[in-house]
Design a protein around this ligand. Structure first.
Ligand SMILES: [Zn+2]
Length: 104
C-alpha cells in the first residue's frame, strides 16, 4: 500500500500517484509512444463528443490527464507548478482576468 491513500487530491499528488503506479512501464514504453498515447486519448474524447456519449467523455478526460501526467513524469516536469506559473490568475498574453484577447 502506497502513500497515496493519505494524500490530498491535488494536481501534484495525482502526478505522484501516476508516477507510483506507472513510471517503470512509462520508461519501458518511452517518451515517443507515451506522447502518442496522449494524442490517441484526445482523439477518443473527440469521438465520444461527436457521439454525445457523456459517460465516455468523462472517462476520456481522465485518461488524457493521466497520460499528460505520465508525459510530465518522463520529462521530469512538475505539472502543477507549470500550470500555475504560466497562468498566475490572469491570461499570460493580455494579463487580464477574464482574458480580453481576441477569440481565435
Ligand atoms: Zn488574454
Amino acid at each position: 500500500m502506497g502513500l497515496t491513500l493519505m494524500m490530498n487530491k491535488t494536481i501534484k499528488n495525482f502526478q505522484d500517484l501516476m508516477r507510483e503506479l506507472y513510471i517503470e512501464r512509462d520508461r519501458q514504453r518511452g517518451i515517443e509512444k507515451t506522447l502518442l498515447w496522449l494524442q490517441t486519448e484526445q482523439g477518443e474524447l473527440i469521438d465520444a463528443y461527436l457521439k454525445e456519449d457523456t459517460s465516455t467523455m468523462i472517462e476520456e478526460v481522465a485518461d488524457i490527464f493521466a497520460w499528460l501526467c505520465s508525459v510530465c513524469n518522463l520529462f521530469e516536469i512538475d505539472l502543477e507548478s507549470a500550470v500555475w506559473e504560466k497562468y498566475p490568475n490572469k491570461c499570460p498574453k493580455c494579463l487580464m482576468s477574464p482574458c480580453k484577447c481576441p477569440v481565435r
